[in-house]
Structures are given as C-alpha cells and as structure tokens.
Design a protein around this ligand. Structure first.
Ligand code: COA
Length: 417
C-alpha cells in the first residue's frame, strides 16, 4: 500500500529544488498535481535539451509520478480553479521567487481562509534577513551556505560540488517538513506553514565545518593535512582537499591506470583500530611497533608521508582490486565511481535506485529512483507527464467540473488552447 495514498499535493514547483520534494512525495504515493503555465510549463522542460522538441532529461528526471495541469493563475477564471484546488488539496508546495504567490493572490493568509487544513510549504534561497528577496540557484546556495568556502584545495579557489545540496538537498528537507506537518495535522486538524531556505539547508549539511570553526579557537585542526605540512591556520575553517571530515584520517589515492582514467582512484581511511592490518597490506609491518607511527596522535604530523606510502601500494592495483583486498580486512575504502560505472551497475538496477523509464516522445532513459526504501510501500517509478496531459482529467475528476464548465474555462484562456 502506498504510504501517502490519498494525500493531494498542489505542486507549484519548478526547476529543481521544489520538484525534488514533490517527486519524493509522489513516490511515497501522494497524488501530485503539477500546475504549469499554459504553453510554457516548467522552464526546465526546454532546458539542456538533448533531443529537439522533447522534454529534457532535466525535467523528466525530476517530475516522475506527477500529473500536469496547465493553469494561468493570473487569469480570473484561472484563479477560481486555483481556489478550488486549494480547497481540495492537502498541501501546497512552491518555490517561486519571493512574493510571487502573494502577487497572484494566494499568500498564506488567503490560503488559511480558503482551507485551514492546508499545509503551505515553500523553498526560498534565504530565510528572513538581508537577502530574503534574492532569487537563488544551486551554486549561489552552495556559496552562501558554507559549502564552497570549505570545498577545494587550500591553494585553490572555493569550489562548488557536483551533489546538488542546495536544490535537491533543500527539497529533501522540505519533504520532511511536509510529512511532519501532515502528522501534526492528524492530531490538531490544522495546517501550517513549512519553510526551508536553501542557505539553511546547505549549512545544515555543512554542520561539521561549523564544528571546525569553533574548534579553531582552541588550536589547530590536527586531522587536516595542512597541520602536518606546517601550514598555519587562519581564522576561518579552511578548505580541506580530500581530507576526511571525521576523526579517522582519509585521502583519495591513485590506483593502477590513473594516468589515462580520470576515475582510477580510491578513498582510503586509516581507521585507528585496523592500523596494524594496513601496515601489513602496504608492506610496512615495522610501522606497527614504531612509536613514530604506532598511535593515531604520533601519525597526525606525518599524514602526507603515510598516504604517499599507501598510494605507492594502491598505484599497483586497480580500485576494485584494492576493494577486494581491503574489505575482508575491514579497512574502509571506497572506489571513485564514474557516472558511466554507476549507470551500468547491476546492483543499483536491482534495488530500483537506477531505473529505466519509457517516455512517449523520448523513448527509454535512465533515472535515479527513490533512494528511500519502505518495506510495505515500494516506489513504482512512472514517467513524467507531458505539459497539460491531465488538465481535463483533473478538472473533471478532482474538481468535479462538468463538460460545459470546462469549455467555459477553456474559452477564458485559463488552461490554454
Ligand atoms: N500562472 C501564472 N503565473 C505563473 C504561473 C502560473 N501557472 N507559474 C509561474 N508564474 C509566474 C510567477 O507568478 C512569477 O510572476 P511574477 O514575478 O510576475 O510574480 C513568474 O511566473 C516567474 O516566477 P519566478 O519564480 O520569479 O521565476 P524565475 O525564472 O524568474 O526565477 C528562481 C527562478 C528559481 C530563481 C526563483 O523562482 C527562485 O528564487 N525560487 C526560490 C529559490 C529556489 O527554489 N531556487 C532553486 C531553483 S532550482
């Protein structure tokens, strides 16, 4: 049974952050009704297109299991339909620029008047404060949330990461807020406002870097490689390259074939309890007893030399050979996997994390399915809707309009041609 069966989501989201959230809710079984501007739709339908006139992968991979209705929320008739949708649905989700829904006449006060049980969930770039009116995209959030200043190498510029922590990360945060508000509504009977700012979401994911900021006031960060390299710390958490963010030192090391394969690398963690096994594997058994190497504290100022020595060994093996040797010994290592390798990985297909979907105009394509698995409510990934594919169906079945009324709505221009 679908966990969120019966929950109706009025989905006013676009681009990436909001759609990630409503896609998750759809996978958990909610009926997600995506409202799009007639003739235009979500702007991502046309962005980064790989096939002419076909919904982009950007759009299709973020909008599975949803229904699409085209509706102009600025047209009088359109507003009437929208009001009916607000009355009927349980949750409204939006990630417009600040103030856009208020300008359309559907601010929080108005929503509460129309439907006091409604949960009104929003993503914005920033929370209240000096930047609250700004439009924000992924990389802006990564920069403003502390990710960029702490990512990259010490001698290089700030870096953004490939993981979409500002958009998809905040979408995840919002989804949790929505189901929490739904749970609360079960007891209180009342809806509430749920807000997630992208800056806050990124900072939440960079929590360990704020930890390090405070540790800095009590001395150098000994697990950072710059400590062992005698490079002084400044007054802010520095970029740490590939240093592990935890208490166990780790690094990315070259493996066999790195000269030609940009992903022939492995993440290697020198976890303290298995230090002896690491020494044996890399051919340095004498380090086990040597007081200069035997304890984690003694090793801290020699991490560069230690990882160089381990790398001399990993360079003689492929990343998968390193995995095969280290895993049985409980040495934590992780291969650097390319998108090509992930796309071809059978175990991810078997679990439904990577799914092949068929689309009427695009044909078959790969997507990432629901990464959260529920034992009684498996997610069945269905293709994204075409623009306005379900307009009539929603007007008729969800809102109860008759044929003549639908004709009248159409004539008003509220739902397009
Ligand atoms: N009917 C009528 N009007 C509609 C509509 C509909 N169905 N759907 C959208 N619109 C209108 C909006 O009301 C708005 O009009 P207004 O500015 O006259 O009030 C307009 O379309 C554009 O919306 P906006 O959100 O400003 O789009 P944008 O393309 O200029 O900005 C973002 C895009 C992402 C920068 C912006 O939406 C934003 O900052 N969102 C919050 C943060 C966020 O989620 N960012 C990450 C996105 S991945």
């Amino acid at each position: 049974m679908e966990a969120l069966k019966g929950v109706k989501i009025l989905d006013f989201t676009h681009v990436q952050s909001g759609p990630t959230c409503t896609q998750l809710l759809a996978w958990f079984g909610a009926d997600v009704i995506k409202v799009e501007r007639p003739g235009i739709g979500d702007i991502t339908r046309g962005q980064l297109r790989d096939i002419p006139d076909v919904d982009s992968l950007y759009f299709t991979m973020l909008n599975h299991n949803k229904r699409s209705i085209t509706l102009n929320g600025k047209n009088e008739k359109g507003k009437e339909v929208l009001e009916r949708l607000v009355k009927t649905c349980d949750v409204l989700v939006e990630n417009f620029a600040p103030g856009a829904l208020d300008r359309m006449g559907f601010g929080w006060d108005r929503i509460q008047e129309i439907n006091p049980r409604m949960i009104y969930a929003s993503i914005k770039g920033f929370g209240p404060g000096p930047f609250e009116d700004c439009k924000v995209y992924e990389n802006v959030a990564q920069c403003a949330g502390g990710a960029a200043s702490t990512t990259g190498f010490l001698d290089g510029p700030p870096l953004v990461t490939g993981a979409q922590i500002g958009d998809s990360g905040t979408g995840l945060h919002l989804a949790l807020g929505i189901v929490t508000a739904l749970f609360h509504r079960e007891r209180s009977g009342k809806g509430q406002r749920v807000q997630a700012a992208m800056q806050d979401g990124v900072l939440n994911l960079c929590r360990v870097k704020l930890r390090d900021q405070q540790r800095l006031t009590h001395g150098p960060l000994t697990e950072y490689s710059q400590y062992g390299q005698d490079i002084p710390f400044g007054d802010a958490t520095p970029r740490a390259g590939n240093d592990s963010g935890g208490g166990q030192p780790g690094w990315i090391l070259k493996c066999k074939g790195y000269e030609t394969d940009p992903n022939a690398y492995i993440y290697f963690i020198t976890q303290a309890p298995i230090w002896g096994k690491i020494c044996d594997v890399i051919g340095k058994p004498e380090w086990k007893e040597d007081p200069e190497y035997a304890t984690p504290n003694a090793r801290l100022n020699k991490l560069t030399h230690i990882f160089d020595t381990i790398e001399a060994w990993t360079k003689t093996k492929t990343k998968f050979e390193v995995m095969d040797i280290c895993n049985p010994l409980d040495i934590p290592v992780g291969p650097i996997l390319s998108m090509k390798e992930l796309a071809e990985e059978q175990s991810l297909r078997d679990t439904g994390t990577v799914v092949e979907v068929d689309h009427p105009t695009r044909g078959k394509y790969l997507t990432v399915g629901n990464p959260v698995k529920l034992s009684d409510s498996p997610a069945d990934v269905k293709r994204s809707p075409l623009l306005g594919e379900h307009t009539e169906e929603i007007l008729e079945q969800v809102l109860g309009y008759g044929t003549d009324e639908i004709e009248e709505i159409r004539k008003s221009g509220a739902i397009g041609d």
